[in-house]
Write a protein that binds this ligand. Sequence first.
Ligand SMILES: [Zn+2]
Length: 298
Amino acid sequence: MKRLVPLLLSGVILALAPVSSAVPGVEHIVVIGSDGMGSLAFKETNAPVMHRLMKEGAYTLRARGVMPTSSSPNWASMIMGAGPEQHGVTSNDWLTNKFEIPALEVGPEGMFPTIFRVVREQKPDAHIACLHDWDGFGRLLERGMVNHVEHVKDAIETAGKAAKYLKEHKPQFLFIHFDGVDHAGHAFGWKSPTYFKSVELVDSLIGDVVQAIDEAGMGGKTLVLISADHGGVGTKHGGDTIAELEIPWIVYGPGVAKGTVIHQPVNTYDTAATLAWVLGLKAPAAWIGRPVTEAFAP
Ligand SMILES: [Zn+2]
């Protein structure tokens, strides 16, 4: 309904009005993706920051990734608003010139459209950045569409860089990728004490990022979205168990329906669709994701 209101206004008023978000008050978006942090990662005790954001925001721990439950297909689906059947990123071997299934639609840089491109094309002046702890993430987006994309090794380094970046640039759109939880899963096992400990570290780093948002003067104007690519079982993922497929989906910030446990079905490709909708941007026709409207105040 909110999105229809501007359409009812006259063209003159539209021309004079500043560009406004579909969700009022959102001037910045910070997405935090934690590799391997499936819903099974969450205990009351090891994620106090995320539990606070869940209570003060909206969340579901029953969101789903896509098959196969490996990193590239899932990160791609999250930022490309569609599944592997559409974008063609079916494995970690994928490259723009090396794939089993061609993308349904190909745009700049040989890429299926990502949220980075959608923001760039419809908000040309927006400052857009991506800081990623896993090297492979950087090939999943149109690098020409962002002001800055950087592979920062190590989660602590990545969080530090993100905090600095937030204060220096106050980006409209920042994606932060952490990799440490996945490493702990592979080395010690999902649900091992070390795995839960690694979630605790990421949780504290998320706290640092939220603090940096405040220190950057972006508090109360920034939507924070936290999710993951997949969980795991034993020391692996890529299979077809719910422990590998189920991921958290948490939103916090202006316009969010505080204290909501989301019952609407959430798929990882709904993330890009939600972010576009929040910013009042038109989603590409090739996307299949739908905005998670239940997470936002009516
Ligand atoms: Zn992994």
